[in-house]
Design a protein. Structure first.
Length: 660
C-alpha cells in the first residue's frame, strides 16, 4: 500500500518493511472480499499499522464501521491515542472523510457518581477516593470518567468502591444517570466509525447477540489474538465469592427489608454457614476426589473440584432471591433511598442467579471448582469482611460460543504468536474459526546474526521434577555472572521457583549489595514501576512469572533465561478438564493441547529478547528436555530463522562482546 510510505511524516523512527506491506495488502483484500484472515506478524513487522491503514481506509471510503479488540489496556491505549490518530490524519490529508473513534471499556473502568453517593462512609477513610471525586467535580466535561485518564494512580479497591458493575447498575433509573460517564461513552460508541474495546467485552457481546456493545460493524479486528481463548473463557465463566454473599446479607438494604421478616434473614445466614462449611470440607476429602495435580505431581492447595450438586448453595440462592424481592417491596422515603434499594435488589438477583447455576453442577461443558483466595496483607486489612473462598464454573471449550459468530462475520485476527511454529490449526480449532485465510509474516530482524541459544546441561531430569531449585539457582547465578554488561530477564513457570531463586540470590552479598547489578522481582511493586526502574539501570535483572512472558517491551536485553519449558499446569482445573475432554474423545491431550500450548507460550517468552532491530543477546533454556526429548526440536524450530546454539557458557561473553 502506497500510504505506508507516508507514515514516516508522522512517525520519527518509522521504517517501511516488506512484511508490513504484505500484511497490509492481505488485510485490505480480506476486508474488501468479506473474508476472515488469521495473520501472524513477527516482532518488528509493525502489525498495528499493517491492519489499521487498510481497515481505516475501508471505513473512510465505504462508510463502514469497524471494531478493534485487544487483550491488554496498554495496547488499547496505544491504538486509540497514538496509532489511530496518525492514520486518521494521514487519510484526511489524502482527501478522505474525517473519522470518529472511541475507546469502550467495561463499567468497572468508569467512575460512578451514584456509587460515590452510596459509599460516603468508606470514602471518608479513603483519601484517594476523595481525590477522585474532587477531580471529577472540578474537571467537568474535560473528564470522561475513565480511571486510567486520571493524572494519579487509583488502587483496585478504590476503583471497585467508586464504580458500578452490570450486577448493580440501575441504568436509566439511576438518580445520577444524567452524569453517567459509562452511558455517555456508549452514546459516543453508537456514533463512532471505529470502536476500540477489549476481548472480554467482545466475547460477552457475542454471547448476548449484540446486547453489550452498541451498533453494527462491517468487520472486526482482534489483536493479541493468542489471548482470545483465555479471555473468552473468563468472560463466559461464572464466579461467586463467599465475601459477596456475606456483604449482601449484612447490607443495610437487607436489614431494612427484614425488619418485619427476620426469620428469612436467619434462614439465609444458616444456609450461608452451611455453604461455607461445605466448601471448607472439600479440603479434607481424599486427594483423588477433589484435587488437581500439576505436571510435576504437586497438588494445588488452593483449588478443589466440585463434582456434585451443592444443596446449601442452592438453598442460599433461593434465600437471596426472596431477600431481593423483600428489598424491592420496601416503600422508600426518598428517591435516593429508592435507588439504593433497587440497586441492592438487582445485585442480589444477579448474585443468586450465578450461585444457582454454579451449585446445580448441570452443564457438561463447564468445570466446577472451589477456590481458596489469596489476599495480600494490605488487601486483607482493607477487606476484613471478605470470606476468602470462591466457587467457579468455567467453560471447557469456548469454540461452541464463538464459531457461529466467526462464520457470520469478517474478522481479522492477529498476533506475533498464533501458530505453533507449523500452522494455525491449533488456534483456529480452540476458538472456533472454520473458514479463514492464513498468513505468516516473519520478523525482519536478524535473529541468526544477533541471537544465540544456549542449553545448560544437567544430570537431573526436569520432566519428573528431578532438577532441584538449588541446581536451577546455581545455573542462573552462573549465567548472570557470565554477562558483565547488559540487562537480564529471568522467566519462571512457577512462583515457587521464582521465590526460591530470588531468596538464594539475595542471600549472596555480591547481588544484594551490588548497586551495579540491581535485582527486581515481580510483585514487589506494580509492573510499570518495575519496568521504569529497570530501564533506568544498565545492568538490572528482572525475575518474573507468566505475566512477564508476553506484552513486555524491554529493549536492550542481553540475556533471556527461561527456567522450564512452559507446559500448562495440570493443577489448573480448566486445563485439567480440557485434557480430560480430549482424552474422552479418543485424542491425545499432550499432542493436541499441552504441546502446542507450551510452544506458543515459549515463543511469547523468547520474543521478549529482540524488541528492536539493533538488539542482540542469548536465549537460555534451563530445561534439558529441549535437547533430550523428541518434541524439543519443535520448540527450537518454532523460533525465528535458524538461531545458532552456543556450546558452552564460556561462549556467552565473547558472542555479546563481538558487537561492541
Amino acid at each position: 500500500m502506497r500510504l505506508l510510505e507516508k507514515l514516516s511524516r508522522y512517525l520519527s523512527n518509522y521504517r517501511q518493511r516488506t512484511g508490513q506491506q504484505q500484511m497490509a495488502v492481505a488485510t485490505g483484500a480480506a476486508i474488501e472480499a468479506g473474508k476472515s484472515l488469521v495473520v501472524e506478524g513477527g516482532t518488528g513487522v509493525g502489525k498495528s499499522m499493517a491492519y489499521l491503514l487498510p481497515a481505516l481506509m475501508a471505513v473512510s471510503e465505504n462508510g463502514a464501521r469497524a471494531l478493534i479488540a485487544t487483550s491488554h489496556k496498554p495496547l488499547q491505549d496505544q491504538i486509540s491515542k497514538k496509532d489511530v490518530p496518525v492514520v486518521a490524519q494521514l487519510l484526511k490529508e489524502e482527501g478522505k472523510r474525517p473519522l470518529k473513534w472511541v475507546t469502550l471499556k467495561g463499567l468497572s473502568n468508569y467512575f460512578c457518581w451514584h456509587s460515590a453517593d452510596e459509599e460516603q462512609g468508606k470514602i471518608a477513610v479513603d483519601p484517594v477516593a476523595a481525590k477522585v471525586i474532587r477531580y471529577a467535580a472540578a474537571a467537568g466535561l474535560e473528564f470522561n470518567g475513565d480511571f486510567e485518564e486520571l493524572p494519579f494512580d487509583v488502587p483496585p479497591e478504590t476503583k471497585a468502591l467508586l464504580s458500578a458493575t452490570s450486577d448493580d447498575c440501575l441504568g436509566k433509573k439511576c438518580p445520577q444517570f444524567s452524569r453517567c460517564y459509562a452511558f455517555k461513552v456508549r452514546e459516543e460508541a453508537e456514533e463512532a466509525d471505529v470502536v476500540i474495546t477489549n476481548h472480554s467485552l467482545l466475547t460477552l457481546d457475542i454471547q448476548s447477540e449484540g446486547m453489550i456493545i452498541p451498533g453494527q460493524y462491517a468487520f472486526y479486528v482482534i489483536d493479541e489474538g493468542h489471548n482470545f481463548e483465555d479471555n473468552a473463557t473468563k468472560a463466559n465463566g461464572l464466579t461467586v465469592t463467599l465475601g459477596a454473599c456475606r456483604r449482601f446479607l449484612n447490607s443495610d438494604a437487607v436489614k431494612t427489608a427484614t425488619k418485619i421478616a427476620s426469620a428469612r434473614i436467619e434462614t439465609a445466614r444458616t444456609n450461608y454457614d452451611r455453604l461455607q462449611q461445605a466448601i471448607i470440607q472439600l479440603w479434607n476429602l481424599p486427594a483423588e476426589q477433589t484435587r488437581f495435580k500439576s505436571s510435576g505431581g504437586n497438588e494445588d492447595e488452593n483449588k478443589r473440584l466440585l463434582k456434585t450438586e451443592v444443596p446449601s448453595g442452592l438453598a442460599l440462592a433461593e434465600d437471596i432471591k426472596s431477600l431481593a424481592a423483600l428489598i424491592r417491596a420496601v416503600p422508600p422515603k426518598t428517591d435516593e433511598e429508592g435507588a439504593r434499594l433497587q440497586r441492592m435488589a438487582k445485585q442480589g438477583l444477579s448474585l443468586a442467579e450465578r450461585l444457582e447455576k454454579i451449585c446445580a453442577i448441570g452443564d457438561p461443558n463447564l468445570v466446577y471448582y472451589a477456590e481458596r483466595l489469596s489476599y495480600s496483607p494490605v488487601e486483607a486489612r482493607r477487606r476484613p469482611d471478605a470470606a476468602a473462598y470462591a466457587i467457579n464454573a468455567m467453560p471447557i471449550d469456548v469454540s461452541g460460543y464463538l464459531e457461529k459468530w466467526f462464520d457470520e462475520n469478517t474478522v481479522i485476527v492477529t498476533s506475533a504468536t498464533l501458530s505453533d511454529g507449523q500452522n494455525f490449526d491449533f488456534f483456529k480449532k480452540r476458538v472456533g474459526i472454520r473458514n479463514a485465510d492464513t498468513l505468516i509474516v516473519p520478523s525482519p530482524f536478524d535473529y541468526a546474526g544477533r541471537v544465540r541459544l544456549f542449553f545448560p546441561r544437567t544430570e537431573n531430569n526436569a520432566a519428573n521434577g528431578g532438577k532441584t531449585y538449588a541446581t536451577l539457582t546455581e545455573q542462573i547465578t552462573q549465567l548472570i555472572n557470565s554477562v558483565s554488561d547488559g540487562r537480564i530477564l529471568v522467566l519462571f513457570t512457577s512462583y515457587a521457583a521464582l521465590d526460591y531463586v530470588w531468596r538464594r540470590l539475595n542471600d549472596h552479598e555480591e547481588f544484594r549489595l551490588n548497586p551495579q547489578r540491581p535485582l527486581f522481582r515481580q510483585g514487589e511493586s506494580q509492573m510499570q514501576r518495575i519496568i521504569s526502574n529497570f530501564q533506568d539501570t544498565h545492568n538490572g535483572v528482572i525475575f518474573g512469572t507468566r505475566s512477564w512472558w508476553q506484552g513486555v517491551d524491554l529493549p536492550g536485553m542481553r540475556l533471556l533465561i527461561i527456567d522450564k519449558l512452559p507446559f500448562p499446569q495440570l493443577n489448573d482445573p480448566i486445563i485439567n478438564a480440557r485434557n480430560q475432554d480430549i482424552e474422552a474423545r479418543g485424542g491425545s491431550s499432550f499432542n493436541e493441547f499441552m504441546l502446542p500450548m507450551a510452544i506458543i507460550t515459549f515463543r511469547q517468552g523468547a520474543g521478549r529478547l529482540m524488541r528492536q532491530e539493533d538488539d542482540r543477546g542469548v536465549i537460555v533454556v534451563c530445561d534439558d528436555r529441549i535437547v533430550r526429548q523428541r518434541y524439543g526440536a519443535r520448540f527450537i524450530k518454532s523460533l525465528p530463522a535458524s538461531i545458532p546454539v552456543l556450546g558452552s557458557i564460556k561462549d556467552l561473553h565473547p558472542f555479546l562482546e563481538s558487537f561492541d
